[in-house]
Design a protein around this ligand. Sequence first.
Ligand code: ATP
Ligand code: MG
Length: 182
Amino acid sequence: MKEALSGVRGLVLVNTGNGKGKTTAALGTVLRAVGYEHRCLIVQFIKEKGVSGEQAALARLAPEAEIVSLGRGFVGIMNDQLPRQEHIEAATKALAFAREKIVSGAYRLVVLDEILVALKLHLIPLSDVLELLDARPHEVTLILTGRGAPPEIIERADTVTEMTEIKHAFQRGIPALRGVDF
Ligand code: ATP
Ligand code: MG
């Protein structure tokens, strides 16, 4: 199903910083867009299928919303045993998949969740992400999330928000809470 794009210029948004709220703010924007029956795609880097509430919730917003989780989990932390090359391959495939969908013109909003983490971990090259921003049809809105947005991305984005951590429950030893943190 291909929605005719409206001709209205889309935006590039970046949600970055160390505080909580980058992914959830992007998902809030999806919720808003679905209200106008805009087709939305969420491509998750790093995160695997079956690890977050948003995956099941977005399935209920079909057909306007679609989520595809192409990561292989935490990279080099927690109990990650996977060779780094496999994380590189997963992120490379996620980027190619996202590019194909973005240039197809079938989506008004595309969220590249944790793409900035994949970039920071050098799983994908900055030049490929910049090229993707250049390839974006002008009606498509992109939201990039993750800690550590590099200056080149900030420079090209229209709206950049840095979530600042003032306090996080995790610092008091409180583990991630289902339905709130994942
Ligand atoms: P959310 O998905 O809740 O919007 P986020 O996208 O801003 O969070 P990420 O860096 O992607 O944050 O982290 C994902 C997970 O880590 C979430 O469970 C989130 O609650 C948790 N988290 C976010 N910020 C912090 C923090 N400062 N300290 C510890 N854990 C955090
Ligand atoms: Mg996140």
